[in-house]
Design a protein around this ligand. Structure first.
Ligand code: SF4
Ligand code: SF4
Length: 356
């Protein structure tokens, strides 16, 4: 592989904040582009991914019944994020004090001496510097008070997990969806999992913020049947404020992916957050942007909800939108109808229901 005239097996292409490597892969003869969060290979040299969880028979993440692989690590910090356990790229240990009976089993089992039981309230405290993320504590706890977030899986292990559901894919027309966190953070791993799924005849989808180098996206497009991309806000300043990063890379990537010869069908998703991005102006700007996308099949509004609050507590994190109230069903539908009028050629869905 040569890049800009430089023969390379390892070339850094991106700025300090989002460095990635472009690596020739001797195993499959393909060039894999590694995302910033791609993990080192396992002892057999196989690519691994930091997987948050695997959900089976989902009906919300693409056609038919889906096996959804949630990956850990995300460069965005949306104020309304409902999966705070997916944000950091390394494993994390959640703890729910209300479930803890103070039995001390986890403390005695911890091989790193990272846990202590308080004599005052009978609750467990963690020394994060000592924790090795082995999750022995979670396995020992009889009350489900400890939550393990994140484990390394190889490509082979991941594809094996996905393949277990082939019978559901066959009868429902479903398949696999890779989600996050931000899956493009681990682009090398994702590309290889999707490639192998495709070889097995499994329908493939990706849910992404598209905040990644376009080269990472390019490495995945050939193995995708459907691409779900989130649009959060069309105004640069508001996007930086609510999401933590600029929207220009995301919009650029969308234009490029849409005009790529490998582009799959695209579905845009807009999390509808009251007072943040549900104004006439923002929805009209979304609609105008959509007019230029030739592969766009549908726009979906995802109403704001507060289902992640308990997870914030288990990670001892503050929830940024404490007082925000989820929108009423009528309001969501009214916003969807407004948007649909601006983009007559594209179906618009809200809360699962097609409004036109
Ligand atoms: S994850 Fe392992 S090292 Fe960390 S507190 Fe639990 S048992 Fe100890
Ligand atoms: S094992 Fe579970 S219930 Fe017992 S002290 Fe640890 S967290 Fe609490």
């Amino acid at each position: 592989m040569r890049l800009l005239g430089v023969p390379c097996s390892r070339v850094f292409l991106w700025g300090e904040s989002a460095m990635r490597e472009l690596t020739d892969c001797p195993a499959n003869g393909l060039t894999s582009i590694r995302g910033t969060g791609d993990q080192p290979g396992n002892s057999s040299g196989e690519l691994t991914g930091m997987v948050l969880r695997i959900e089976r028979t989902s009906i919300h993440d693409g056609q038919g019944l889906r096996t959804v692989i949630f990956l850990k690590g995300c460069p965005l910090r949306c104020a309304w994020c409902s999966t705070p356990e997916s944000q950091r790229p390394e494993p994390e240990r959640g703890y729910v004090p209300a479930r803890c009976e103070g039995c001390g089993l986890c403390v005695r089992a911890c091989p790193a001496g990272a846990l202590a039981l308080s004599a005052q309230d009978g609750k467990v405290s963690l020394d994060p510097a000592k924790c090795r993320h082995c999750f022995t504590c979670a396995a020992k706890c009889p009350h489900n008070a400890v939550k393990p977030y994140g484990r390394l899986l190889s490509v082979t292990e991941t594809v094996r997990e996905i393949s277990k559901d082939e019978i559901f894919f066959f009868y429902s027309g479903g398949g696999v969806t890779i989600s996050g966190g931000e899956p493009l953070n681990q682009a090398g791993f994702v590309a290889e999992v999707l490639r192998q799924c495709r070889e097995l005849g499994i329908h493939t989808a990706l849910e992404t913020s598209f905040y990644a180098p376009f080269e990472s996206i390019q490495s995945i497009l050939p193995w995708l049947d459907v691409l779900y991309v989130d649009i959060k806000h069309m105004t640069e300043e508001a996007h930086r404020h609510w999401v933590g990063v600029s929207n220009s890379l995301i919009l650029d990537n969308l234009r490029k992916a849409d005009s790529s010869e490998d582009s799959p069908d695209i579905i845009l998703r807009l999390p509808l957050i009251p007072g943040v991005n549900d104004s006439d102006e923002n929805l009209a700007a979304v609609a105008e942007f959509c007019q230029s996308l030739r592969r766009l099949q549908e726009i979906e509004l995802l109403p704001y909800h507060r289902l992640g609050l308990e997870t914030y507590k288990s990670l001892q994190k503050d929830y940024p939108l404490q007082d925000l109230v989820p929108p009423q069903r009528e309001r969501v539908r009214e916003r969807a109808v407004f948007l649909a009028r601006q983009v007559p050629a594209v179906p618009v869905r809200a809360g699962g229901e097609l409004v036109k």
